[in-house]
Each structure stands twice: as structure tokens, then as C-alpha cells.
Design a protein around this ligand. Structure first.
Ligand code: GAL
Length: 493
């Protein structure tokens, strides 16, 4: 198998997009390799055995046109029934850990702990036990965008007095049920996306529109809920369970379009609006939102006639309560944008306008099948260095990175992507001293890519969504990733 792979690699058209030479070398001993999924994207069983409705169930059923080809996650990859095959794929790939999320509605159909769905508890117990029996550690995300609909009916992430205690209570429930075996916890996945698309531009569930207002409000409530969950773990569970609890944030690397001071500043501001919004309150020394973000939103709010900044104040008590609430830095990364300074014409309130920037892509960058996902490996190394310079030596777990195509089994472009991106992580670790301790491929298998439905494939394993038995087939990229894992990087050929 190995010699076939080496032969195959010889034909993979790699590195034409690297900024510098490929680096041969290996990661430090103990570096952790994983693969990821999220509940709504793979499980199916949307109302099986007492599961409650989530905001994604509601969106796909009430407005089928909101998803490409009217796809739904009703069955998805059917991992609710076929999890043993997922575990077999993970084992075959040789990963150290599997990042998956719990469906809050499968465990607590009302969203609160008054009703527990024992079938849901049994499902996750079986998955966790199967992973451990196969030498794969579970890394569990509590919330990957699938809020129980009954909580959304009461305002969801906009209702602080509801959502902050509800999330803390759900987290305690999960730590209690699974924390004897789960030692790596993630509270929220990509709060930026949940805020901007779920509660800002209406692109994702629950499709609230209120850009420049409700996105910021849901963002603050997510920070508060995350912090409360971390404190629950830290105080009530860490002493006996001895695991780690963190948040996962997404970054697009923001490259200045020119070397003009205004554009360099604009790119920096964009990074603060993207990553700093959630990272600064948690990982910086002083907490609170980044200064440039506070200044920009306050100035725009005043210009638009608001009596105060649309970015809600964190307040002193919450600033301190949120600060330092992550045991490591979970990072999702896919792509890079070019950023230039630009003041938007016209009037109106929006999150994008607040930033005074325009983003674009270099037409020379290779594309994936998703418009937003350009292949720019060097942005990864820059992002990791930026995190180090902003937040110091906090351990970074890359919790997602991957490539979209239309589903080939001979997915040579995905192999190129992984090799080039992982090599930039290697450079960040070996040459720049970035403290990256783990890497996660998105995804172990093809799945429901949100509003793109099943049109976009990210899997190392193909899933045939036209076949009721949802068979999994290993792709070439799974073989290549397995090789990278067993080599712990790229030893000199
Ligand atoms: C992330 C998200 C994943 C996955 C991926 C690819 O933002 O957390 O669920 O869909 O993007 O688009």
C-alpha cells in the first residue's frame, strides 16, 4: 500500500501555491491527529427515539428552499445508526481522537434538564465506548449550531436570562453523563458564524436578520454561556474528571491587499472583527472586546444616530468572568482573504459596514468547489503566528481544516490541500515555535454541508446519499492522511 501511495504522490500537482519551499520534517512526539464531524451534519435520526426538534430541523422543514436541492439532515450519513462504521473508518485512518458534537435536542428535547431522553444518552455512551475500545479518544463539542427549537421559541441566543443558565445546565448534564470518559471538551463551535449568519444576515438557522445589532448581542450571550460552562467544568468536574475544556473559533487569514498603511490597518481590524471578537475577551491579558472593534462600532453607531454603541458592553463583572476561560485554543481554519480599507457608500447599519473594509480573493489562488474556500496554505502559518503574537503561548488545537470538492474518490486536490496546509502548520511549529498540539481534518466522511446540502463534499470517506444504506467508501485522501499520521508529518523521503 505504501509504495502505491508514494507512486500516487508523485503525480499529485502540489505546492504551486506555497509561498516558499516544502518543509520536510516531523511534528513533536505526542502531536495529536484527529478527524471531525458535527451532529446535525452526520447523524440523521432527526426525530428518532424521543429526539427533540432543533433550529436546523425547523429550518429545513419549514423552508425547504433555503437549502440547495431542498436537502435535509433528516437522514444525513445516518451515523445515528451507522456509528460503528464511522469508528471503523477512524481506526483505519489511525487518528488519535475523533471530534464530534452532541445534539442538545437528542439529549434534552426541551433544551432544559427537566426531560432527559435516555435513548440519546445511550447513543452517545455507545459511540464513546466504541471509540475508546478502538483506541480513539473522544473530543466532544457541546454545541455545533443546533439549538433546541423550544429554546429558540423563547429568544434563543438573544435571550440572556434564558440561554446562559440553560447552556450551563446542559454542559453540566453532559459532563456528568460522559465526563468519566471524555477528557477533551469544546463548548461552542465558531460563535462568529452562529452570530453573523444565525443572528445577523439570516443565512443560517434560526435565520434572524439584524446585522450590526442582533449578531453582537448573540455574540455576547455566547461568550457568557461559554464562560459559565467552563466555570462549571473547572469547579465541579475538573477535580475528579481531570480533562480540559475550551472554545473553538474560526479564522480567515486577512492579508492586506496592498502595503499601504490604511490597508495593513484594515486587515488587522478585520482579524479583530473575525477572531478577536471572541478570542480577545478570553485569551488576551485584559479581556473585553478588541479596542479597534469597540472604536469602530461606537463610531458607526454614533454616525447612524444610535444613543450608544450597538456593540453591547461586557461590563466589568463579565469581563473578569469570561477572561481565561479556555484551557486551550480551538481553531478552525480554511482560507484567506485580501483586505483593503474602504468606507461603504450609502446608509444603513450592518456588521460588514462597521469594519470599513472590502474583502476579495486573488484570482491566482486555486479554488475548491465552494466559492469562499480558496486554497491559500501560507495564510495558515500567518494565522498561527498572529495568534501567538496576540495571545502568547496558549496551546492551539486545530479543530477543523479541510477541502470541498464534488465527490471524487481519486481526490488528488484534497491530498494536495492537506499536504500543503499541514506543512504550513509544521513550519509554524518547527520554524516559528508556535505551540500547536493537535490537528483535525474536516471531515472523516461526506456530510450535510449546511445550506449547500449534499452538493459539497469534505469527507475522507465518501458516503452515497442516494443509497438508503448510506455506504462509506474510502477515498485516496484517507489513505494519504493515514500516511501523514503514521509518519507524524513528512519525514525526508
Ligand atoms: C465550518 C463548520 C463545519 C463545516 C465546515 C466546512 O465552519 O464548523 O460544520 O461545515 O465549516 O464548511
Amino acid at each position: 500500500m505504501r509504495s502505491c501511495l508514494i507512486l500516487l504522490m508523485a503525480f499529485v500537482p502540489i505546492f504551486t501555491f506555497a509561498q516558499d519551499e516544502f518543509l520536510y520534517g516531523t511534528f513533536p512526539d505526542g502531536f495529536m491527529w484527529g478527524a471531525a464531524t458535527a451532529a446535525y451534519q452526520v447523524e440523521g435520526g432527526w426525530d428518532a427515539d424521543g429526539k427533540g426538534e432543533s433550529i436546523w430541523d425547523r429550518m429545513v422543514h419549514s423552508d425547504p428552499g433555503s437549502i440547495l436541492n431542498q436537502d435535509t439532515g433528516d437522514i444525513a450519513a445516518d451515523s445515528y445508526h451507522k456509528y460503528a462504521e464511522d469508528v471503523a473508518a477512524l481506526k483505519e485512518t489511525g487518528v488519535d481522537f475523533y471530534r464530534f458534537s452532541l445534539s442538545w435536542s437528542r439529549l434534552l428535547p426541551t433544551g432544559r434538564v427537566d426531560v432527559v431522553n435516555e435513548a440519546g444518552v445511550a447513543f452517545y455512551n455507545a459511540l464513546i465506548d466504541a471509540l475508546l475500545a478502538n483506541g480513539v479518544q473522544p473530543m466532544v463539542t457541546l454545541y455545533h449550531w443546533d439549538l433546541p427549537q423550544p429554546l429558540e421559541d423563547q429568544g434563543g441566543w438573544l435571550n440572556e436570562t434564558l440561554i446562559v443558565p440553560a447552556f450551563a445546565e446542559y454542559a453540566a448534564f453532559a459532563f456528568e453523563a460522559f465526563g468519566d470518559r471524555v477528557k477533551l471538551w469544546l463548548t461552542l463551535n465558531e460563535p462568529w458564524v452562529q452570530a453573523v449568519m444565525g443572528y445577523g444576515n439570516g443565512g443560517n438557522a434560526p435565520r434572524v436578520v439584524g446585522s450590526g445589532i442582533t449578531d453582537y448581542l448573540s455574540g455576547l450571550n455566547q461568550l457568557k454561556a461559554h464562560a459559565e460552562a467552563w466555570h462549571v467544568y473547572n469547579e465541579q468536574f475538573r477535580p475528579t474528571q481531570a480533562g480540559q475544556c475550551a472554545i473553538t473559533l474560526d479564522v480567515v487569514w486577512m492579508e492586506p491587499k496592498t502595503q499601504l498603511a490604511l490597508d495593513i490597518e484594515a486587515a488587522e481590524r478585520s482579524l479583530q472583527f473575525k477572531l478577536g471578537w471572541f478570542a480577545h475577551p478570553i485569551f488576551s491579558l485584559e479581556g473585553d472586546y478588541p479596542a479597534s472593534m469597540k472604536e469602530a462600532v461606537a463610531r458607526h453607531s454614533a454616525e447612524e444616530g444610535y444613543p450608544e454603541s450597538r456593540l453591547p458592553e461586557m461590563g466589568e463583572e463579565w469581563r473578569l468572568r469570561i477572561l481565561g476561560t479556555s484551557d486551550f485554543f480551538g481553531l478552525n481554519h480554511y482560507t484567506t482573504s485580501l483586505v483593503e480599507h474602504s468606507v461603504w457608500p450609502g446608509t444603513g447599519t450592518s456588521f460588514d459596514r462597521d469594519q470599513d473594509t472590502t474583502q476579495s480573493a486573488d484570482p491566482a489562488w486555486p479554488e475548491s468547489s465552494l466559492g469562499w474556500l480558496k486554497v491559500v496554505p501560507w495564510g495558515f502559518r500567518k494565522a498561527l503566528n498572529w495568534i501567538k503574537s496576540e495571545y502568547g503561548d496558549v496551546p492551539v488545537w486545530i479543530t477543523e481544516n479541510g477541502y470541498a470538492d464534488l465527490g471524487e474518490l481519486q481526490d488528488l486536490d484534497r491530498i494536495s490541500f492537506y499536504r500543503a496546509y499541514i506543512d504550513e502548520v509544521l513550519k509554524a511549529v518547527v520554524l516559528d515555535g508556535c505551540n500547536v498540539v493537535g490537528y483535525t481534518a474536516w471531515s472523516i466522511l461526506d456530510n450535510f454541508e449546511w445550506t449547500q446540502g449534499y452538493s459539497q463534499k469534505f469527507g475522507l470517506y465518501q458516503v452515497d446519499f442516494n443509497d438508503p444504506s448510506r455506504p462509506r467508501t474510502r477515498k485516496e485522501s484517507a489513505i494519504a492522511y493515514a500516511q501523514i499520521i503514521s509518519d507524524n508529518g513528512f519525514p525526508q523521503p
